[in-house]
Design a protein around this ligand. Structure first.
Ligand code: ARG
Length: 464
């Protein structure tokens, strides 16, 4: 019975070669080769530390270090041969190192296990991914803030909806600032997660630590971590850092999906609030008049896979006993996928939103429909001392009267208004424009232009 040459990594225990299908099923190199840079950084830190504490001599450290740089150069050049029979990125790199520098390569794995090796590689990757998405989220926030500033100059008015029924007029800038607030929290979720995962599991070894006199603080520092993880079982066996990344990704996706839905809706012929740029829309192969919001539809749909990645990993970890289990090999693809998906969606929206044209006449006319200033009439009566509930009923009656006769509140006659309530008149109803309605909402966090100005200034300071 022949064994593949790499069985030597396992020592002498195995007399029989691994079944072909098992090899295929077991291998992660198809996707974890993406961790090659992190893997080699981890190995470089480890070998340097082994030299510092006297476990390896200077010559061994130099040989291994040079060899690792060599392997890395090959990987970067795309000339590295990834082998399935070597299972994963760690064993591919180690076997390639042995081919280059001989048996001394075997000393690299002193005081280390693949369990802490993969844990450190994956933390390095996920931390970088979290900070990168934080930065990309910030870039989109800056673009939306700029849009808010631009539209504030002309006090562009948009219908505000609840239940997707016209509710009250708002400033388009106020709408943009709502997303700015959401994105600010999204960014901080990624940064919080990155801070919590900022601990190095390297040196946890297989699960229990190691008898070798290693310096975990030194490797943590070289790798840019704030500190080593405090418990070796937790260090190799926990993936909540990846869960947090996936959770922050899922929430961001939900926000981007809501934004997508609004853009799709507002770009329809029926709404006509905005025109999406040609660069970010597609045509139909059969209907010449069509301009489809594919980017937004895909961004809306991508939330599905990003949510799925979170549920997937939660399900993987929930039944695993401490510490490492092979189940944990399933932790990576979802993180890669959420990272890639959000990287592209964030960039697409960062490019697309400044080129989207809003039609202020249309949005204003839409804001005037649907009796959007009815609350203002009720507020007028309430300010004059009428209990708000009573005022609400009076105005409800007027809306009914107006809608039955196909009119707006300001089309009602003086007599009709006075009949509904003696304090009302055509003059009062006529003064209740959407612009006045917006300007009146000066409560903190409200849509009045000066409030939105304050919100923009505050958001600008937090960005700079
Ligand atoms: N490919 C493995 C993973 O991604 C590396 C760790 C393997 N450790 C082990 N004890 N089999 O999880």
């Amino acid at each position: 019975m022949t064994t593949s040459p790499d069985k030597k990594l396992w020592g002498g225990r195995f007399a029989e070669a691994t079944d072909g299908l098992v090899e295929l099923f077991n291998a992660s190199v198809g996707f974890d080769q993406r961790l090659a840079e992190q893997d080699i950084r981890g190995s470089l830190a480890h070998v340097a530390m082994l030299g510092q504490v006297g476990i390896l001599n200077g010559q061994e450290v130099t040989q291994i270090t040079d060899g690792l740089h060599d392997v890395l150069a090959d990987i970067r050049a795309g000339t590295f041969e990834w082998r399935l029979d070597r299972e994963d990125v760690h064993m591919n790199v180690e076997a390639a190192l042995r081919e280059r520098i001989g048996p001394v390569a075997g000393k690299l794995h002193t005081a280390r296990s693949r369990n802490d090796q993969v844990a450190v590689d994956f933390r390095l990757f996920t931390k970088e991914a979290a900070l990168d998405l934080a930065g990309k989220t910030r870039a989109l926030r800056a673009v939306m803030l700029a849009e808010a500033e631009k539209h504030l100059q002309h006090e562009v008015i948009l219908p505000g909806y609840t239940h997707l029924q016209v509710a009250q007029p708002i400033l388009l800038s106020h709408w943009f600032m709502a997303y700015v607030a959401m994105l600010e929290r999204d960014e901080s979720r990624f940064r919080d997660a990155a801070e919590r995962m900022d601990e190095s599991p390297l040196g946890s070894s297989a699960l229990a630590g190691t008898p070798w006199p290693i310096d975990r603080h030194a490797t943590a520092e070289v790798l840019g971590f704030a500190r080593p993880t405090a418990n070796s079982l937790d260090g190799v066996g926990s993936r909540d850092f990846a869960l947090e990344f996936l959770a922050a990704s899922a929430i961001l996706s939900a926000h981007l999906s809501r934004l997508s839905e609004e853009l799709i809706l507002y770009s329809t012929f029926e709404f006509g609030f905005l025109t999406l740029p040609d660069s970010h829309t597609t045509g139909s192969s059969i209907m010449p008049q069509k301009k489809n919001p594919d980017v937004s539809e895909l961004a809306r749909a991508k939330a599905g896979r990003v949510f799925g990645n979170l549920m997937g990993l939660l399900t993987v970890v929930k039944g695993t006993p401490l510490a490492y289990n092979k189940d944990l090999q399933e932790d990576k693809e979802g993180v890669f996928d959420s990272y890639d998906t959000l990287s592209i969606v964030l960039r697409l929206y960062t490019d697309m939103l400044p080129r989207t044209v809003w039609h202020a006449e249309v949005t204003r006319a839409a804001a005037e429909r649907g009796y959007s200033t009815a609350t203002d009439v009720a507020d007028f009566l309430a300010r004059a001392g009428v209990p708000f509930r009573e005022a609400h009923e009076v105005v409800g009656g007027l809306v009914g009267l107006a809608s039955r006769s196909g009119r707006q509140l300001w089309d009602l006659t003086d007599e009709e208004l006075r009949a509904a309530h003696p304090l009302l008149s055509a003059e009062v109803a006529g003064s209740l424009t959407v612009q006045e309605s917006v300007r009146a909402r000066r409560s903190f966090g409200g849509t009045a232009p000066e409030r939105v100005r304050n919100a923009i200034d505050t958001a600008r300071r937090s960005l700079d």
